[in-house]
Design a protein around this ligand. Structure first.
Ligand code: GRF
Length: 215
């Protein structure tokens, strides 16, 4: 399936739904890019899986609708995912961005937004998927790590890669120092990846997202 190129796409039809669970610094980077005019999109809604997520306040401070939907209020994963999909669809969301959303995305949400869900992960995937990516990187003694934005599929952190950024790993790094270095790159990377996906002109070939025409 080729997603047609939309240079000069209509920012009013580029409606982002951002899913969070905590701090929301990537959400803030997206809010800042939209308000600076470097990302032509509207943030239609921010939804958190946790009522105490700091990111909810960031959204409200920016005048964005902020909802808390707790998985505990639903009988099972599918019901929760359907509720998320309904809330996003009701607000005309066209692209879903996971930004520190600490839940596996299930089929109801994948079906509602095919090739329309992005995630950011703090490693150079496919290395170190799952939790504690920075700890995994340090434990393996890698010299380079980084951040990845990818399309979300049913495979955990395994969907087609949109953009990556590398950072050096220093001998005296701790999880905190490495995380901070990676996070600075995440904040630059995520708005760039959203822009690239919204512009279209890409296709999925096997596991890869390929830009331009494929022969
Ligand atoms: C980031 O490191 C992101 O890569 C990972 O979760 C963290 C979220 O941080 N998926 P924040 O909530 O955006 O500050």
């Amino acid at each position: 399936m080729t997603v047609p190129e939309k240079k000069g796409y209509d920012p009013f039809s580029a409606r982002l739904g951002i899913l969070i669970s905590g701090r929301g610094s990537n959400l803030q980077a997206i809010i800042d890019a939209v308000s600076a005019g470097t990302l032509d999109a509207t943030i239609a809604v921010v939804i958190s899986s946790r009522a105490d997520a700091q990111g909810l306040q960031r959204a409200r401070d920016a005048g964005i609708e902020a909802l808390s939907l707790s998985p505990r209020d639903y009988p099972d994963r599918h019901a929760y995912d359907r509720a998320l999909a309904d809330a996003l669809c009701a607000r005309g969301v066209t692209l879903v961005c996971l930004a520190g959303f600490m839940r596996l995305v299930g089929q109801p949400l994948l079906d509602a937004f095919p090739l329309r869900i992005l995630n950011i992960h703090p490693s150079l995937l496919p290395a170190f998927p799952g939790l504690d990516a920075q700890r995994q990187a340090l434990d393996h003694g890698v010299r380079v790590s980084g951040a990845t934005v990818h399309l979300v599929t049913s495979e955990l952190d395994g969907g087609p890669i949109v953009l990556q950024a590398a950072v050096p790993v220093h001998a005296d790094d701790t999880v905190e120092t490495l995380s901070a270095r990676v996070l600075a790159e995440e904040h630059r990377l995520y708005p760039d990846a959203i822009r690239l996906v919204l512009e279209g002109g890409w296709t999925i070939v096997g596991r890869r997202l390929v830009r331009g025409s494929v022969s």
